[in-house]
Ligand binder design. Structure first.
Ligand code: GAP
Length: 462
């Protein structure tokens, strides 16, 4: 079984991720986060907001609406250029992304990607066949990824609108209002977290490519100076890579991949992906883009509103350049789970054919920080003390309670969902006012005074 399959199984079994509306057969590209997934993604978003907004003097956060005036998407270029090439199998009617099939055939040359895809399809000797049934494929056709919706209550007079294809545009359309209502000065950034929607041709890879997903983005406005903006671009690349290292990703599993000129999306002058190494396959987790003045220039042109910035220092008016960092919450969660997933053969002294599955999630991302157990569920004095500790700790941490089975089984259950610490209340606790604290990663146990438990865990988590 591949790592992705193991993670997907665990995610479903333990309540991280469920297929959306599964009782009706599900729906392609849609997933729900269960109780543990909701905690994990909330922790990712909270840490993002903390480091990208709260701890910075030069960044503010906003939360824009999902549906905007449809003209926004004309201005941003999405109605025209936000598309992928699709091919259909003439025999089994399966649909594929033309470029993905070429990639699967191993003929990908990133330096001339789009040209190459077209060339491969134009030549009868290299034109790929259906990956499912080997049937003939249609010619590639461009397919727009924007998801349409209709607003209004009068049939026939409903207005077409779009679910946003990227969360970005809500920031740029608010550029002037942010300038007028806050004290930001260039260089400054606007961060946002929210849902985006894309009519992906081939959703898949578990939660890797979805039709509904959440993004965490920073739009950083700088002077329109080529050299200086390039420097800021490089700085943000490094900061974003470091962010993943700080949250437990290993260096060997991360890399930058530059987009070749003909791979660049319509708004980008330069782009790098931060990729994650999923068992030898590099997958995009976050994009860092130099958007130039594309967005503000286009909104100025389409809205006929002045989008320039007045620089009080230099007494100049200009359209700033934009450096963007954009990550998918679901992808960060997925790769954090993959990075954390370990199967460990247990050491001598324990049943040596036994394997421990443990999620070594960074403590700040782990859904539960600590679990509390009474040694025996049928001893009221142990349960009462354990419940008191559980309730006290809940004031500061996300805490799990478990009294089923034996302590060994409870440890395993917590290991599998990444809980960094387990606290067991035993008979000694009644006398000595201390408890056993067991560490998820080392499996070592130590006695800690109940009065010092909260500060002990706080210290270890930080
Ligand atoms: N505003 C720029 C932008 O949206 P992008 O490279 O299209 O750029 C940024 O998307 C990030 O959003 C990706 O790196 C990925 O993490 C996430 N993402 C994009 N499409 C996705 C999809 N279909 N499913 C899940 N996540 C997606």
């Amino acid at each position: 079984m591949s790592l992705l399959e193991k993670v997907a199984n665990l995610a479903k079994r333990r309540g991280f991720v469920y297929p959306s509306s599964e009782i009706y057969g599900g729906i392609a590209g849609m997933w729900d986060f269960g109780p543990l997934g909701a905690e994990l993604t909330r922790n990712i978003k909270n840490e993002y907001w903390k480091t990208m907004v709260r701890e910075r003097d030069d960044v503010v956060g906003i939360d824009a609406s999902i549906i905007m005036n449809p003209r926004v998407w004309e201005a941003s270029g999405h109605t025209e250029a936000f598309s992928d090439p699709l091919v259909d199998c003439k025999k089994c009617k399966k649909r594929f992304r033309a470029d993905h099939i070429v990639d699967d055939f191993g003929t990908l040359d990133p330096s001339d990607f789009v040209g190459l895809v077209n060339e491969v399809y134009a030549d009868p000797n290299t034109k790929p066949k259906c990956l499912e049934c080997g049937g003939d494929l249609t010619e590639p056709r461009q397919f727009n990824l924007l998801v349409e919706t209709f607003l209004g209550s009068v049939e026939g007079a409903k207005e077409k609108a779009y679910l946003r294809g990227e969360i970005t545009q809500g920031v740029h359309t608010n550029f002037k209002q942010i300038l007028d209502s806050t004290r930001v000065k260039i260089p400054f950034g606007v961060a946002q977290i929210g849902k985006a929607f894309r009519n992906e041709i081939t959703p898949g890879g578990f939660i890797f490519r979805c039709r509904e997903f959440e993004q965490m983005e920073l739009q950083y406005y700088v002077k329109p100076d080529k050299k200086a903006s390039q420097k800021t671009f490089e700085e943000w690349k490094e900061k974003r890579l470091q962010w993943y290292l700080d949250f437990g990703f290993s260096k060997k599993n991360l890399r930058f991949k530059e987009h070749a000129p003909d791979e660049l999306v319509h708004y980008a002058q330069a782009a790098f992906d931060i990729e994650y190494n999923l068992e030898g396959e590099w997958k995009e987790m976050e994009g860092v883009h130099h958007r130039g003045d594309w967005d503000l220039r286009r909104h100025q042109e389409y809205s006929k509103k002045d989008m320039t910035y007045y620089d009080e220092e230099t007494k100049e008016k200009y359209l700033p350049y934009i450096i963007e960092t954009s990550a998918g919450v679901g992808r960060v969660a997925l790769f954090a789970l993959c990075e954390a997933y370990h199967e460990e053969k247990l050491k001598e002294g324990e049943k040596n054919d036994d394997t421990r599955v443990v999620l070594k999630l960074h403590p700040k991302l782990a859904p539960y920080k600590v679990a509390v157990f009474p040694l025996l569920a049928n001893k009221p004095e142990l349960v009462t003390l354990a419940k008191k500790i559980y309730n006290d700790l809940r004031g500061s941490f996300m805490v799990a309670w478990d009294e089923r089975g034996n302590v060994g089984k409870r440890y395993r259950a917590q290991d599998e969902i990444g809980t960094p610490f387990c606290v067991t209340v035993d008979f000694e606790s009644l006398e000595g006012k201390d408890v056993t604290v067991r560490n998820r990663d080392t499996m070592k146990q130590e006695r800690v005074l109940i009065a010092e438990l909260s500060s002990y865990i706080q210290l270890k988590l930080s």
